[in-house]
Design a protein around this ligand. Structure first.
Ligand code: GTP
Ligand code: MG
Length: 424
């Protein structure tokens, strides 16, 4: 895999360089505006475009030395491309000892994270949690994606799509957006963008961002409308972060909005589950009730009728376990006072996210929460979900820390995750 990063004045400049350096099969995996660092007068330099391109060279692969990060000189005021070149290590990882493997893998880990545009300002991903096998799998997936994307892009060029649209197609698909959706978007954009603007990259990018913002729905946290009591349940597969997210939401409601909050849990079958929530409830000084069935749930809701927010945590359930799913539906579905939020981890595979949603979707779902954005390297799955299921996104979570690692989902933030609009 050959990866290069360029700092240029405009996309045309980058495309020329990329073609020369990497050939016609290179694809663009990210574009973003960056501010040049202070110049010698102590003023901020102009805004430039940072473009990262990739090309799979599997066919010509040779053993390569450990990766070297070439520090490039300051970018000249004339916008001469700064190239950041990193070579991936050779695939003979199994022969290396563990430490050597870890050392060799570090730049790949960083590259994968960087490549897919980790969210600025977010805490460091938990690098340690990724195993060597996972990383090798990631790399081979990326290789495959780069090859496929190169072929698809050539096909799009044959359909006379402007290069700017092809570049954005590549960026979106590389970031996990389903190819069919990305294709539809750029074809729609082609029809709607005035001819004279098609060569204006920032214009085309913002145009597509706006289209995406129209497609997705967000509630921006707990919906503000109405003054009535809000009752939420968090449902979803095991280990996605339901309990942690419930604690984060509760604590924001208490600390920021000074709301009266009570927590409920129906997680009665996992050892330690209640203790986990009890610990959070104690810190926040909110009541915690354990309920075992529908009758108890309704009684408890009555008991806290003068509270602003009731949060119901549920035990993780496998979407394939029909009995568990039935039980959950029985408990929550008929209760129209309760809004059910499906919690999904952004690290879960796209097809699995769909399977989970279809199964949990047999009960009424009022919205979704995507967790573990800090551990994910591609955010297209969030858009695929929004397009397929049309469910509003309420929150995004970005780490293990309670209460800080949560944010209300906004369209701007979501589109930025996919397209890097905000820049640096
Ligand atoms: N990196 C990261 N970890 C998270 C995030 N949210 C939760 N976790 C971690 O994920 C693990 C599981 O979290 P829980 O809140 O217990 O998940 P759960 O869905 O309640 O799990 P079950 O009740 O067993 O189904 C814990 O180690 C959390 O700290 C997040 O946004 N990012
Ligand atoms: Mg839990």
């Amino acid at each position: 895999m050959n990866l290069k990063r360029y700092r240029v004045n405009n996309i045309q400049e980058a495309l020329q360089q990329i073609k020369k350096d990497l050939g016609p099969d290179a694809i663009i995996v990210s574009t973003r505006q960056v501010k040049e660092s202070k110049n010698s007068f102590g003023l901020f330099g102009k805004s430039m475009l940072e473009v990262t391109a990739a090309r799979d060279e599997t066919a010509q692969r040779q053993p390569s030395p450990p990766p070297v990060l070439k520090k490039s000189p300051e970018v000249s005021p004339y916008g001469i491309p700064e190239t950041l070149e990193k070579k991936m290590p050779s695939p003979s990882l199994s022969r290396s000892n563990h430490e050597e493997t870890q050392r060799m893998l570090l730049p790949i880990r960083e590259e994968i994270q960087e490549l897919k545009d980790m969210i600025a300002g977010m805490q460091q991903p938990s690098v340690e949690s990724r195993t060597t096998v996972q990383l090798q799998q990631d790399m081979s997936e990326i290789r495959h994606m780069v090859q496929t994307l190169a072929a698809q892009s050539n096909q799009l060029r044959d359909e006379e799509l402007s290069e700017n649209l092809v570049v954005l197609f590549q960026q979106m698909v590389f970031n996990g957006l389903e190819e069919k959706f990305a294709r539809r978007l750029i074809q729609e954009a082609k029809k709607s963008i005035p001819l004279e603007e098609l060569n204006n990259f920032p214009y085309v990018k913002i145009f597509i961002a706006r289209m995406l913002m129209k497609i997705i729905k967000t509630t921006n946290g707990i919906p503000k409308e109405g003054t009535k009591q809000k009752i939420f349940s968090l449902v979803g597969p095991t280990g996605v972060g339901k309990t942690t997210t419930a604690a984060k939401i509760a604590s924001e409601q208490v600390l920021k909005y000074k709301h009266k909050v009570a927590m409920l849990t129906v997680d009665t079958f996992r050892i330690g589950a209640i203790e986990q929530l009890r610990a959070y409830a104690k810190i926040m000084n909110v009541p915690l009730e354990v309920v075992a069935n529908k009758a108890e749930l309704n009684q408890t809701i009555e008991k806290y009728s003068d509270y602003d927010v009731l949060l119901i945590d549920t035990g993780g359930r496998s979407q394939r376990d029909e009995a568990q799913m039935f039980e959950l539906r029985e408990l929550l579905e008929s209760n129209h006072r309760v809004d059910n939020y499906l919690v999904l981890s952004s690290t879960t595979k796209d097809y699995e996210i769909s399977e989970i949603t279809r199964k949990f979707g047999e009960m009424r779902l009022d919205g979704v929460i995507f967790t573990k954005l800090d551990e994910s390297t591609s955010y297209g799955c969030i858009f695929n979900h929004a397009i397929r299921f049309k469910k509003p996104i309420a929150f995004l979570t970005t780490g293990q820390k309670v209460p800080e690692d949560i944010e209300a989902a906004t369209k701007e933030r979501l589109v930025d995750l996919l397209l890097n609009i905000a820049g640096d």
